[in-house]
Design a protein around this ligand. Sequence first.
Ligand code: DQA
Length: 140
Amino acid sequence: MNVSIINGPNLNLLGKREPNIYGSLTFEEYLKSLKKEFKNITFDYYQSNIEGKIIDRIQEVGFSSDYILLNAAAYTHTSIGIGDAIKSVDSPVIEIHISNTFSREDFRHKSYITPVAKGLIIGFGIDSYRLGVLSLLKKN
Ligand code: DQA
């Protein structure tokens, strides 16, 4: 199975950015632990602070990846374009958030991703990504 992880704006600063909310690990460190735990999965990782580049990446991997784990960060709450990109590709998208956006400011309660995502994992710290991967392994 191959899984594409896409992170949006400011997630390149994980480890430094508001560690009380987002934790103290960098994503690169965390990704190493995911690769170690899920040896049968091939992961590719992309991060951008730029909305159009996230859309380009969804189009690039969205016809070949088995799944996309997407944390669109602040664009979650604003981007019709990212929502449309998800609708345009074949790969199912799992929406991921580190923090529980519903326990935060009102502007974080709206998501343009949730209506077009296969599922949503939210609020479990950086392990939201791991729970996202586990959800893909479950056979229904
Ligand atoms: C986030 C939540 C967003 O509201 C915020 O803009 C982020 C990160 C999360 O993972 O908790 O940058 O997507």
